[in-house]
Design a protein. Structure first.
Length: 173
């Protein structure tokens, strides 16, 4: 009986110390792991934020370059026909868009959907303006119709996409 009592008197403090040590080590490991996760998250944010911001900049530039007035000024040649200008404008939009396809990784799905809608809207506007005249008409006449339609439009899909992108990019800060 005394042997059992002495054994218990030695085992109970040893168990208490062992359990206490195990709880402390477990807590320490858990807090260190949480600190590491936070540190990695901050490092990732530090790396990805500039890349995301650059993507927003590139998509805004894409949309600005799809504006009819910008397109016409960059692509119109005096010797062109309306059909040639139409083809040049549509090709330019598609090339610009294709060049920036990878930016969809860094912006929201909704923003990318608006960019695609803006692209289709710009192409449709050019094709509709070209349909109002003969293919062999001077390019300047097509340019004039495109400018008029851009001025007459209350709001465009390009403007909507730009505003959405700006508001989304502001959330990064």
């Amino acid at each position: 009986m005394t042997l059992l009592r002495e054994l218990l008197l030695m085992l109970i403090p040893a168990l208490v110390i062992g359990i206490s040590a195990w709880i402390i080590v477990r807590y320490y490991v858990k807090t260190e792991k949480e600190k590491l996760v936070v540190k990695i998250g901050l490092k990732n944010k530090e790396i990805i934020t500039p890349v995301r911001l650059q993507a927003y900049e590139r998509v805004v530039l894409l949309l600005e370059r799809m504006e009819a007035s910008q397109l016409v000024m960059r692509n119109v040649l005096i010797s062109q026909t309306a059909a040639q200008l139409q083809q040049s404008l549509v090709n330019n939009i598609r090339e610009e868009f294709d060049h920036n396809l990878s930016q969809q990784l860094y912006i929201s799905s909704e923003a990318w959907r608006l960019v695609k809608t803006a692209r289709e809207s710009a192409i449709t506007a050019i094709n509709n303006a070209a349909a109002k005249m003969a293919p062999d008409a001077p390019a300047s006449e097509l340019a004039q119709i495109i400018f008029q339609e851009e001025v007459n439009a209350e709001t465009s899909d390009i403007t909507n996409a730009l505003e959405f992108l700006k508001s989304e990019a502001r959330l990064l800060f």
